[in-house]
Ligand binder design. Structure first.
Ligand SMILES: [Zn+2]
Length: 500
């Protein structure tokens, strides 16, 4: 599960009409009950898989590391043992769908203002520039002052110039993104003081992982008001700031030129989504997707002087992968099902749902043939019998069928408002934004009382280890999904809306 604030998902545009079109058929009897012996057997297999994935040997499963290789190999192996075939639908890349990633960490930065023969370099505590490329250099570029948030600037005035805009980081990103579309040489956002520069350095200065397709450079710089006043002249600067308040303000070209240089430690690498498939018996009847992210935060994650720095991610998300694999084994045993069941282990969820977004960009089957997607993330928290958090409730045509299965299984729906808070923080969001009915059902998210001790405790810390795992709720979740997926995969028990 990703952090709040790391969200960078697509916009959702799911028509509520689809909901009213009621996709569910009746049918499906009472749930088969499971003996306590069988529950114990399931628990043992979950424990085994989690203990492997969350072992120190897997190094916290960071994309691009040896830990990734071990993780991807383990998942592939388990899928094969369960009787799945490759689900990439690409013989040239069986089981593994490549995801091109870039990891970049800002390294050096320089901003220099030239007025005639005078040349002034801004101090490090008064300015900073960032790139995701290895190096970007803009030399003695003309400068355009574009004022505050509101004004529109003609694209031809922007291209090739260094823009100076007033604003605060956190308020201005949207305007910056719009301005960058017209290819300025760089954008310098003027912030209040050096405390703001420190904040910017803490944010932009961090290591980031991105989809390679989105890691094109844009030279983003920040400078304090005082430094601008210094290099442009106090009078001139105050005049500009005042002019920007005017409702008739138009951008102004300055007499100075500016040099901006930034470098980063940039690594390009290929990570993998693992995709398996249980082929269905009825051709062209659509597909069901199970997914969970295999990645976590790696081996250099805890405090630098800590004895244990590995974020093993036992709950987040070795547990989700283990439940998904066990569900797959059980579905295989009760098959064949009518529809194809795809099983996806995503990479780089922790960096912003990147693997799920890559899957949505290049899916092995058209996205509109996926009639239900079920995500497993951070599942091993609740006791058996806990209410079920339903993330994605009200956003897909799956609701009536899911609620019916829950009702028949005697399962209680958890706190819907609480569950809704997490919809953007899980892989399903990347699919939901593309119109795929993607939900996440988990006892871990059933109530704040259940989840919040984890979030304020071991979440994204080295303490997320095997000995904290609680499997009662996870096994409930698994059995609930078994019934739901069995129905969704059966053409006589479930039809997507508009298909009856
Ligand atoms: Zn996470």
């Amino acid at each position: 599960m990703i952090r709040m604030g790391a969200k960078r998902g697509p916009r959702v545009g799911i028509a509520l009409a689809a909901l009213l079109a009621l996709g569910a058929c009746a049918g499906g009897g009472k749930l088969a009950s499971v003996s306590s012996d069988e529950r114990s057997a399931i628990e043992m297999r979950l424990m085994r898989d989690i203990s492997i994935l969350a072992s120190d040997e897997f190094e916290g499963r960071k994309p691009g590391t040896l830990g990734e290789e071990k993780t991807v190999a383990f998942i592939t192996d388990e899928m094969q043992k369960a009787g799945l075939v490759s689900g990439t639908n690409d013989p040239g890349s069986a089981w593994r769908a490549p995801v091109k990633l870039v990891r970049s960490k800002p390294f050096t930065s320089r901003i220099e203002v030239q007025s005639g023969k005078r040349k002034v370099e801004l101090d490090a505590d008064a300015a900073a520039a960032f790139t995701v490329r290895r190096r970007e250099l803009v030399e003695r570029a003309p400068v355009l002052f574009v004022g505050k948030e509101a004004e529109e600037v003609a694209p031809e005035d922007i291209t090739g110039r260094v823009l100076i805009m007033l604003g605060e980081p956190g308020v201005s990103p949207r305007r910056r993104a719009t301005l960058f579309e017209s290819n300025p040489a760089a954008i310098i956002t003027v912030v209040e003081d050096s405390a703001a520069i420190s904040r910017v350095n803490r944010g932009y200065g961090r290591e980031r992982t991105m989809l390679a397709s989105e890691a094109e450079g844009s030279l983003t710089a920040f400078a304090t008001q005082a430094s601008m006043s210094d290099v442009l002249g106090e009078k001139a600067w105050n005049k500009l700031v005042k002019a920007a308040e005017d409702k008739d303000f138009t951008p102004r070209e300055l007499d100075q030129t500016i040099t901006v240089e930034a470098t980063s430690e940039r690594v390009e690498f290929t990570s993998y989504n693992v995709i398996g498939k249980l082929p269905g018996a009825v051709p062209n009847s659509g597909a069901v997707l199970l997914l969970g992210h295999w990645d976590h935060l790696g081996a250099a994650c805890g405090a630098e002087d800590a004895e244990d720095r590995i974020c093993n991610g036992a709950v987040d998300n070795a547990s989700g992968i283990a439940v998904m694999l066990e569900l797959t084994r059980r579905l295989k045993a009760m098959g064949p099902h009518d529809r194809d069941i795809y099983v996806l282990g995503t990479t780089a969820e922790e960096s912003g749902l990147l693997g799920a977004r890559a899957f949505a960009e290049a899916p092995p089957v058209p996205l509109n043939t996926i009639i239900g997607a079920f995500n497993f993330d951070t599942v091993a928290i609740a006791q058996a019998g806990s209410p079920v958090g339903y993330i994605g409730e009200g956003q897909t045509p799956l609701d009536p069928m899911i609620l019916d299965v829950m009702d028949k299984a005697g399962r209680d729906l958890g706190d819907s408002d609480y569950a809704a808070r997490f919809v953007r923080r899980q892989d399903g969001w990347a699919l939901l934004g593309e119109g795929v009915p993607a939900v996440m059902l988990s006892t871990a998210f059933g109530s704040e009382i259940t989840l919040s001790p984890y979030l304020s405790g071991n979440y994204h810390r080295a303490g997320d280890e095997l000995d904290t795992i609680v499997l009662g709720g996870a096994i409930d979740d698994l059995l609930l999904h078994e019934e739901i997926v069995r129905r969704v995969a059966d053409t006589s028990l479930y039809s997507p809306p508009g298909d009856e």
